[in-house]
Every structure is written in structure tokens, then in C-alpha cells.
Design a protein around this ligand. Structure first.
Ligand SMILES: [Zn+2]
Length: 82
């Protein structure tokens, strides 16, 4: 977390970009399937139907880090977002 112009910024666990985490604007989304990792609003919206393959390595690394089982793939063959 760092402060920029009075905004609190955190780093997305998936893509590594910064997102605003207060005050007033909260763009982080908790990923309950992935040990409560937090992703930014862009990741949340763009991967609503499952994690795009470019994110899979990172998602699997999060699972390993959080000691959670990698979720079953959805009907599209992608790892579910949450
Ligand atoms: Zn992100």
C-alpha cells in the first residue's frame, strides 16, 4: 500500500498493476477461490468468465503460495475467476 495524491494504492495480485484502495474508491476484488488474493478492477471485469490463459501461471502461483487447491476448470476450459 502506498499513498499517491491522497489516494491509497495497492498492487494487483494477478497482473501487478496498481489499483485504488480508498478513500471512497475501492477497486480491489477479493478472490475467495484463491485464498483471498485481491485483483484489480480491470482483472475482475476482463476475466469474468474465467482467467485468460496469460494469467494462468500467476493464478497457479497464487494457489501454491496460499496453499489452496487449483479450482476445477469451467466449461470454457478456463480457471474460474471467483
Ligand atoms: Zn490486475
Amino acid at each position: 500500500m502506498r499513498e499517491v495524491d491522497g489516494k491509497y494504492m495497492d498492487v494487483c495480485d494477478v497482473c501487478g498493476d496498481e489499483y485504488q484502495n480508498g478513500p471512497g474508491v475501492y477497486e480491489g476484488h477479493r478472490l475467495e477461490l484463491y485464498g483471498d488474493a485481491v485483483c484489480c478492477d480491470n482483472c475482475w471485469k476482463l476475466n469474468w468468465d474465467g482467467w485468460a490463459s496469460i494469467h494462468e501461471d500467476k493464478i497457479k502461483a497464487i494457489c501454491a503460495e496460499k496453499a489452496v487447491v487449483v479450482p476445477v476448470r469451467n466449461s470454457k476450459g478456463w480457471l474460474p475467476r471467483a
